[in-house]
Design a protein around this ligand. Structure first.
Ligand SMILES: [Mg+2]
Length: 185
């Protein structure tokens, strides 16, 4: 498949496989929960000691990006506006390696999740600027992790979309989600 080189293209392609046949509250809760869980899966890699634990990092970072994209789409936001640069390669040049990368993504995703909990479950009005600020930090962490592990974010976005095209050839499909191959996660 051709490379997915801009955030807004990625967001559009990701939206193909979002489950929209549920209420807005369920979507917001699911996308927020997914973001936190996928960030947790990235953090989990740092706890493993197999020597190969980071082999799945690109896939897990792609999962984080997918949920960030879904939250953006749900709230009428553009990922490229949040990062300030739509071209992913150009944006990645502003990312850099930082210490404590293992927990920072999880922390920032958890903050977004905690805020969305208040919106979805506690009736707070959504402050879009707060959501944007949180997602910007999450995306920045993904970029920094990619730099730290010598990965290209465009490879991550492309692989993520290819994986989902294989899983959902005709877009989101509940039965295909339930009956996945054991190695399709
Ligand atoms: Mg995952």
């Amino acid at each position: 498949m051709s490379q997915v080189t801009t955030f807004n293209d990625y967001q559009q392609l990701a939206a193909r496989t979002a489950a929209m046949d549920v209420s807005k509250a369920i979507r917001e809760a699911t996308f927020s929960l997914g973001l936190v869980c996928e960030a947790g899966e990235v953090a989990e890699l740092y706890l493993m000691d197999t020597g190969r634990q980071f082999a799945t990092l690109p896939k897990e970072l792609g999962d984080v990006l997918w949920y960030a994209a879904a939250l953006c789409t749900e709230h009428g936001l553009q990922m490229g506006d949040i990062t300030g640069v739509d071209d992913i390669e150009t944006w990645q040049k502003s990312c850099y390696e930082k210490p404590m990368l293992d927990t920072r993504l999880f922390v920032e995703a958890s903050k977004v999740g905690d805020y969305m909990k208040k919106v979805v479950g506690h009736g707070h009005d959504l402050d879009q600027d707060r959501l944007i600020a949180g997602l910007k930090k999450v995306l920045g962490c993904v970029g920094d992790l990619a730099v730290a592990h010598r990965l290209q974010v465009t490879d991550i976005t492309t692989a993520n979309i290819d994986k989902l095209r294989a899983r959902y050839p005709d877009g989101w499909d509940k039965l295909r989600s339930i009956h996945r191959a054991p190695d399709d996660n």
